[in-house]
Design a protein around this ligand. Structure first.
Ligand SMILES: C[S@@+](CC[C@H](N)C(=O)[O-])C[C@H]1O[C@@H](n2cnc3c(N)ncnc32)[C@H](O)[C@@H]1O
Length: 558
């Protein structure tokens, strides 16, 4: 099959030994089947393996690819199972799965490996293998509820199947990306999908499919609602689960047992976590000093620039490896989102000419966030980004290491958008908060929340859930933390950037020249609304309440 078609149809045929191993595990788990259905059966390896493991069951398969349908029929014939099987060419998206489920009597096993492709990847290659528009809108509702717009086609299919099986006892056994399995379970648990029991068995996708992705067998019994917990096994042959994931409120947690033990450490962080600066133009914006006012960009060009708009830069790998001395610089063209950048032309003419010479690269930035913005616009920028002290962490590493970052050569250090940080005015405060965040209770709690194999295990939402007061107490740092809490944040000198509860009341300072702390942070006031996008209504109201409580404790004006 050609690569484009393979991509559009998420076509990774399951090798027979793997299909057999899956069926073997199903038998170990006591799965019985009068009817086995394979909704996207491809060349039929799962049908063949199931015919061997369930010698008295009927085999029903469907696939959109006529050649595969013929191959699956031939494979079943070779396996001596053609008289108890039927394979039909059919588009999954137009099949009536509710009617199918109602019509089938006896114990039902839904088995297979739906396409491994996302809706946006299909759209990007102008493919049409997507749910019909009508159904698509239906999924958008789901997508909105689960907080995403890009989804795996297999996720859509699995949700469709869980809905169809909701009223009856059946076993769902599907190979899929582990992230897809989690999303499906989350959807089902949140929407009364009647999952009685669920488990995930990790598989080696690189070895079996040549795909560098975390994948698993998702096994779920449908028909009645059970606990929102799934056992996670390290392999198809593992005797014992290594961990249990589950739903806690609206969020999935990686280790529900550990999470329950430590949930008193969850709350609302009184600080507002920030993302590093986002420019999507690293080849031009990131430079290394070479000689005096000469700098080398990532295109290998030597350029002369004024130092005014250049700031030291650290990235996630620096933080994860404990490198806190910056070797790169980043051009910071704005002090706040939306600032006019044209002033650079007279304040720093070399910098302006340099930026203009690469205007096409900035204009070609793919992300829609730059549309309609001033030239050379940034995101993740504000007064907080210029704070002298920061506690920063990589978003891309599963075991967070919180680093204290101080000024470098008299300039505040910037982080890129793979990092998150808290800004501080004072080193003492930054060091204490880093100690709390690096303490054993905090690390254990974070481990219980974060999943392996995800691109960004640490997110703002996750960090924002850390109850620093409770963690400080548990870590034996309660006294120091309470002393910090008692600090009079109303004086601008001591303002430690409690951005979650404070906003500057003074108008933004113009330009990005360094100013005294008082001018930069202004007089704090309470803002009653959480500005980061909450995961749910519950989280939002929990957030508002907690903000009010923090405000009360800190005796700020409201
Ligand atoms: C990941 S492969 C797995 C095939 C088979 N289940 C197996 O385990 O070997 C996905 C299969 O889904 C089929 N497929 C993709 N889109 C489909 C659709 N809309 N309706 C039915 N089958 C589809 C592809 O042709 C392909 O055979």
């Amino acid at each position: 099959m050609k690569t484009k078609a393979r991509m559009e149809f998420g076509d990774f045929q399951t090798p027979l030994p793997l299909a057999r191993e899956v069926c073997k595990r199903l038998k170990v788990e006591g799965v019985a089947a009068d009817v086995v259905i394979e909704p996207t059966c491809g060349q039929g390896t799962f049908l063949v393996a199931a015919a061997e493991s369930f010698p008295r069951s009927r085999m029903l398969g469907w696939d959109i690819n006529q050649t595969y349908v013929a191959e699956a029929r031939a494979a079943l014939k070779r396996a001596g199972a053609s008289r108890r099987s039927s394979v039909v060419c059919q588009n999954f998206f137009t099949h009536d799965w509710e009617a199918e489920s109602e019509a089938l009597q006896g114990k039902l096993l839904v088995l297979g490996n739906p396409p491994w492709v996302t809706n946006s990847a299909v759209s990007a290659i102008n493919g049409s293998n997507l749910p019909t528009k009508e159904n698509f809108l239906g999924l958008r509702g789901i997508a909105a509820r689960t907080g995403k717009s890009n989804f795996d086609i297999s996720e859509w299919m699995l949700i469709r199947l869980v809905r169809a099986l909701r009223g009856r006892e059946a076993t769902l056994a599907m190979l899929c990306k582990t992230a897809t399995a989690r999303k499906l379970l989350r959807y089902a648990w949140q929407n009364d999908g009647r999952i009685a029991k669920a488990a995930l068995y990790r598989i080696d996708a690189a070895a079996h499919f040549g795909a560098a992705v975390d994948a698993c067998l998702l096994l779920a019994r449908t028909g009645s609602a059970g606990p929102a917990v799934a056992a996670v096994f390290d392999s198809l042959s593992a005797a014992k689960a290594s961990v249990r994931m589950g739903l806690a409120g609206q969020d999935l947690v990686a280790d529900i047992v550990a999470y329950r033990r430590m949930r008193h450490l969850e709350g609302l962080c009184p600080f507002r976590w920030r993302s590093g600066v986002k420019h999507d133009c690293a080849s031009v914006m990131e430079l290394r000093p070479t000689n005096g006012r000469l700098f080398e960009n990532r295109l290998g060009e030597q350029v002369e620039l004024e130092t005014e708009y250049l700031f030291p830069l650290l990235k996630c790998t620096d933080l994860a490896n404990g490198r806190t001395t910056p070797e790169r610089l980043v051009l910071v063209t704005q002090r706040r989102v939306g600032d006019d950048t044209s002033g650079i032309s007279h304040k720093a003419p070399h910098t302006w000419r340099y930026l203009q010479s690469h205007r096409n690269r900035f204009d070609a930035r793919g992300s829609s966030i730059y549309r309609g913005r001033v030239p050379f616009a940034l995101f993740g920028i504000g007064d907080y980004a210029f704070a002298p002290w920061k506690v920063a962490v990589s978003g891309l590493h599963r075991h967070p290491r919180f680093q204290v970052i101080g000024p470098f050569e008299d300039k505040p250090v910037f982080l890129d958008d793979t990092c998150y940080y808290l800004p501080f005015e004072q080193e003492l405060h930054a060091r204490l908060v880093a100690d709390i965040l690096n303490s054993a209770p905090c690390r254990q709690f974070l481990r219980s929340l974060t999943f392996t194999g995800v691109k960004r295990p640490v997110t703002v939402d996750l960090l924002q859930r850390l109850n620093l007061t409770a963690i400080a107490e548990e870590a034996g740092l309660g006294e120091q933390w309470r002393a910090l809490e008692r600090a009079d944040y109303r004086t601008s000198q001591a303002a430690p950037q409690l951005q979650l509860v404070m906003e500057t009341a003074t108008p933004p300072a113009k330009g990005i020249l360094r100013k005294p702390a008082s001018a930069r942070y202004g007089r704090p006031m309470i803002r009653q609304k959480v500005t980061h996008k909450p995961q749910s209504k519950t989280a939002a109201s929990r957030g508002d309440k907690a903000v009010a409580q923090v405000a009360q404790r800190m005796k700020f004006e409201t």
